[in-house]
Design a protein around this ligand. Structure first.
Ligand SMILES: Nc1ncnc2c1ncn2[C@@H]1O[C@H](COP(=O)(O)OP(=O)(O)OP(=O)(O)O)[C@@H](O)[C@H]1O
Length: 238
């Protein structure tokens, strides 16, 4: 496997508070991997650590072979890693189109931005129809689509997605998951997904790890995980 993102023996948290305790994980080029875990396991903190938003106590993160540990989020985005956080992932008072434009900010006056907005709207016809509507008027599912679309506007080679199915109906969650798969297949974007929703994540993930109390307790191919009662690992860690 060619690793696009490599997390090596990472310990991190907030200030001196320890949350992530010795996590190693590799995301392959063009792969979809999922990190599953219960509330408070440290899933968001792990993504925040990769993206320069949490304090790293020990360990390293490499992106396309470059050490990005300690880099600012803006520098990480420029290298091709994008992040769609769980909360506050769209600007509610901006329209769909304006949100996408803001998403491309890091690219400066790139003349291809307009064409890329049309391109991501083609991928998400549900929000294309609402391009002039403010984000706050979208449904939960449409808003998550916009958040993912916005993350794509930086033209990433890998995408971090924090619980994109949170608060969505089972049908809306499946629609979103199939869009993520389409993004991987049509744009060669690798995806690291963190989820509590095991069933939805397993619809698209090729590789899975289970995070409990800041540590990976099990890791394997999605195939191996089909026979595992993943939620029981959330509580026992075994
Ligand atoms: N900004 C912060 N400052 C201090 N502690 C935090 C901060 N964010 C999270 N924590 C703590 O870190 C731990 C892990 O939280 P985190 O949000 O990473 O878990 P999670 O697995 O993403 O949970 P959920 O599925 O509920 O979103 C929790 O104990 C939480 O209280």
């Amino acid at each position: 496997m060619v690793g696009v993102l490599r997390i090596v023996d990472l310990y991190s948290g907030y200030g001196k508070m320890k949350v992530i305790q010795g996590v190693s994980f590799e995301l392959g080029k063009g792969e979809i991997a999922a990190i599953l875990g219960p509330n408070g396991a440290g899933k968001t903190t792990l993504l925040n650590s990769v993206f320069g938003l949490a304090a790293i106590h020990r360990g390293e993160v490499y992106f396309n072979g470059t050490k990005i540990t300690g880099m600012k989020p803006s520098e990480i985005v420029k290298r091709g890693l994008s992040y769609s956080p769980q909360l506050d992932n769209v600007f509610p008072n901006l329209t769909v189109e304006e949100n996408l434009l803001v998403g491309s900010f890091i690219r400066g006056r790139d003349p291809s931005v307009r064409a890329d907005i049309e391109d991501v709207l083609e991928l998400f016809p549900e929000i294309k129809r609402r391009r002039h509507q403010k984000a706050k008027t979208l449904s939960g599912g449409e808003r998550q689509m916009l958040a993912v679309a916005r993350a794509l506007m930086t033209k990433p080679s890998a995408l971090l997605l924090d619980e994109p199915t949170a608060g969505l109906s089972p049908k809306a969650a499946s629609t979103l998951m199939s869009k993520v798969k389409e993004i991987k297949e049509t744009r060669s974007v690798a995806v690291l997904l963190v989820e509590q929703n095991v069933a939805k994540a397993l619809e698209i993930a090729e590789r899975v790890a289970v995070l409990v109390s800041g540590r990976i307790v099990k890791e394997g191919s999605a195939e191996e995980f089909k026979a595992v009662q993943v939620e029981s690992l959330f509580f026992t860690g075994k």
